[in-house]
Design a protein around this ligand. Structure first.
Ligand code: KG4
Ligand code: ZN
Length: 337
């Protein structure tokens, strides 16, 4: 089953060609136009998606040895949550291609897709499991009884962890988006010099709050803190909060596997601490490689493959629309059933 998957929910334009859950070819183009503005400019993101997407599709098809869309069995695109204008570019392209080729279309939930990067791999997730989704737009904890039952336990009450990383990086002159740059700066700093608060740190509480931490970092920076020391404290504080809550949930739930996904899972300290803690607790850890932590289309294709394994006739109507926010409690790969 050949799936052509498209992801345009934010500022990465991505296309993947899959055979079931296996990647045949994939491309991600990270838009650079936003860095000079210090944040994502939605209209510029939509325009860039329109410009970049057709070329990426051509490259992926070429690498997959295909001349046109004839050999594609299913078309899938992220329907939301995300930036409406950006989503509409990938969604409209994918729906039109499916209609023209006379093949099914699937509108995919972006949050589910991040977790589905772990679907259909040689090492299978053993349930029950807990999952941490931690990106630029979201920070949430889920309990998973199976791939069909993914239940939200709690989310951030204000900023997402990636957003806090980006804002702190920007404040300290590390550019935008600066999560990865702050991670590198933190490697040269001492995390014990700058004292930062740990908001909502109770491990039993499956909710997060990062805006106070960002403000505290601002005060320390204005007070003359060293960039690398501040970055190291900030990174350690965020990682401690994320990991302690995830491990608490895993114990409470009797989890056998721990899943992590989303852009912040590219963070080197988060990866290291998760590996240590899961090894100590004898838990199977599923961590995406760095390339597939941030937005990509392979995860969208795997979410589509999973939906089709559950129901081979699954499809979304062509009326499937983009949506900016997800406010459900049970996560499913198809956004528009
Ligand atoms: O999953 P993603 O590509 O997009 C969303 O769905 O939001 O995540 C992007 C986020 C950005 O906030 C970026 O700064 C953050 O992931 N990020 C990192 C690192 N690499 C990317 N944050 C901390 N450390 C990193 N190494
Ligand atoms: Zn994402």
């Amino acid at each position: 089953m050949r799936i052509l998957a498209v992801e345009t929910s934010c500022d990465d334009t991505a296309v993947a060609l899959l055979d079931g859950c296996s990647a045949i070819a994939e491309r991600v183009h990270s838009q650079e136009v936003h860095s000079e503005h210090g944040g994502i400019v939605p209209e510029l993101a939509s325009r860039a998606h329109m410009k970049i997407l057709p070329g990426l599709v051509r490259e992926v098809l070429l690498e997959g040895g295909m001349v046109g869309l004839e050999g594609i069995d299913v078309f899938a695109a992220t329907a939301g949550p995300g930036l409406t204008g950006s989503l509409l570019v990938g969604l409209a392209w994918s729906k039109a291609a499916a209609w023209a080729a006379g093949k099914p279309f699937l509108g995919i939930n972006h949050l589910a897709a991040h977790l589905y990067i772990h679907y259909g791999q040689r090492r299978r997730v053993v349930f029950p499991a807990v999952a941490l989704l931690v990106s630029g737009g979201h920070t949430s904890l889920f309990r998973m009884n199976s791939w069909q039952e993914i239940l939200l336990q709690g989310s951030t009450r204000d900023d997402a962890a990636g957003e806090a990383f980006d804002k702190t990086a920007k404040l300290t002159g590390l550019g935008y988006p600066g999560g990865a740059a702050l991670d590198i700066a933190a490697d040269s700093g001492n995390p014990d010099i700058c004292s930062l608060p740990s908001p909502m740190a109770d491990p039993a509480l499956p909710e997060f709050s990062f805006s106070g931490l960002k403000t505290a970092a601002k005060l320390l920076w204005e007070g003359g803190a060293d960039r690398c020391d501040l970055a190291a404290s900030f990174r350690k504080t965020v990682v401690d909060i994320l990991v302690s809550k995830l491990m608490y949930q895993s114990k409470e739930f009797g989890a056998k596997s721990v899943l992590a996904a989303g852009g912040v899972t590219a963070n080197s300290l988060l990866r290291k601490v998760l590996r240590q803690e899961c090894a100590e607790a004898n838990l199977e850890l599923f961590l995406p490689d760095r390339h597939h932590s941030t937005d990509n289309a392979l995860m969208v294709g795997r979410a589509a493959a999973a939906a089709l394994e559950q129901n081979p006739l699954a499809s979304s109507p062509l009326s499937c629309n983009a949506f900016a926010r997800w406010s459900g409690t049970s996560l499913s790969p198809i956004a528009c059933p």
